[in-house]
Design a protein around this ligand. Structure first.
Ligand code: AMP
Ligand code: MN
Ligand code: MN
Ligand code: MN
Length: 282
């Protein structure tokens, strides 16, 4: 695909600097790119006045809560300077830092060496996420690899998991709309929900004001794509797609490395990404 609307950089838990990601995306044939770091738009500060050679759609991936689950919502085509969005980012940052302290305390009790300093070093004083703790635990030899760190310690319900007071879904949708963007339910298949729970998540998202959902997220089966395309159409949502690229790794999609959206879906870009004034959506 030459349109990739979900990627990460070192501004959150990706491994490439913003300009390196842009370069990588171009090499992969991407012509329309959104960088959607977790709860931050700092990557765009690095790209101001840089010639990226592609169309960049300013975006963000919000962490949010729906019922007892942590759900991610991508905001696409948001104005980074919008005051409500900036307030939202500050609030999420606060929740993230508070959580980092609590995770670090638990890991320390479990015997991990200097978890907070380690994660901070890996995050280079930018956004700390669980992947930074996971990498530090690998570096210390506490676990064999990052997925073991998640499976044993960092995933929901595990020994070092800490519940986070992320803003509710309605709130992040409001921040996104206030900044002129579209709210997109990220990687619906990643939450591993039963079909009926997935249907109610998508309906709840739509009822909360959501605009679109990712029908294709990275590498996924054709069955999953057609399931998601059906749910998307039934709820009257627009369709989005993205690699969720963090770094090049076996089994994970490269930028643009995923199948095209089923033709029955209406893609977000056909709405002009919800641009106010285009008169195409909302
Ligand atoms: P956070 O934003 O700090 O809650 O961390 C969530 C991020 O951790 C996700 O965006 C993924 O990049 C990563 N992640 C989640 N689950 C796993 C897993 N099982 N193995 C490796 N990385 C994971
Ligand atoms: Mn991530
Ligand atoms: Mn996500
Ligand atoms: Mn993501």
């Amino acid at each position: 695909m030459h349109i990739d609307l979900h990627t990460h950089t070192t501004a959150s838990d990706g491994m490439l600097e913003p300009m390196q990601l842009v370069q990588k995306a171009r090499e992969c044939g991407v012509r329309v790119l959104s960088i959607t770091d977790h709860d931050t738009m700092a990557a765009y500060e690095d790209l101001v006045d840089r010639d990226t050679g592609l169309r960049l759609i300013p975006g963000i991936e919000w962490s949010t809560r729906w019922q007892k689950l942590e759900i991610h919502i991508v905001g696409l085509n948001v104005r980074p300077e919008n005051a409500d969005l900036r307030d939202g980012i500050r609030q999420q940052q606060h929740s993230r830092m508070d959580r980092a302290d609590r995770i670090a305390a638990k890991l320390e009790k479990l015997g991990v060496d200097t978890p907070l300093a380690g994660a901070e070093r890996l995050a280079q004083n930018r956004h700390i996420g669980r992947p930074h703790f996971a990498r530090h635990m690998v570096d210390c030899g506490f676990v064999r690899n990052e997925s073991q760190a998640f499976d044993k310690y960092l995933s929901a319900g595990k020994a070092a998991y800490c519940r986070t007071e992320w803003a509710p879904m309605e709130q992040v949708i409001e921040w996104t709309h206030s900044a002129g963007g579209l709210a997109v339910l990220a990687h619906p298949a990643a939450y591993k929900l039963t079909r009926s729970k997935l249907t109610s998540l998508i309906a709840g998202f739509k009822a909360a004001g959501g605009d679109a959902m990712e029908v294709v997220s990275g590498r996924q089966t054709r069955d999953m794509t057609s399931t998601l395309a059906n749910l998307c159409r039934k709820q009257g949502l627009l369709a989005s797609c993205g690699s969720d690229y963090h770094r090049s790794a076996p089994g994970f999609a490269e930028p643009g490395g995923f199948e095209t959206l089923p033709s029955a879906c209406r893609p977000v870009w056909e709405s002009g990404f919800g641009d106010r004034g285009s008169g195409l959506v909302r």
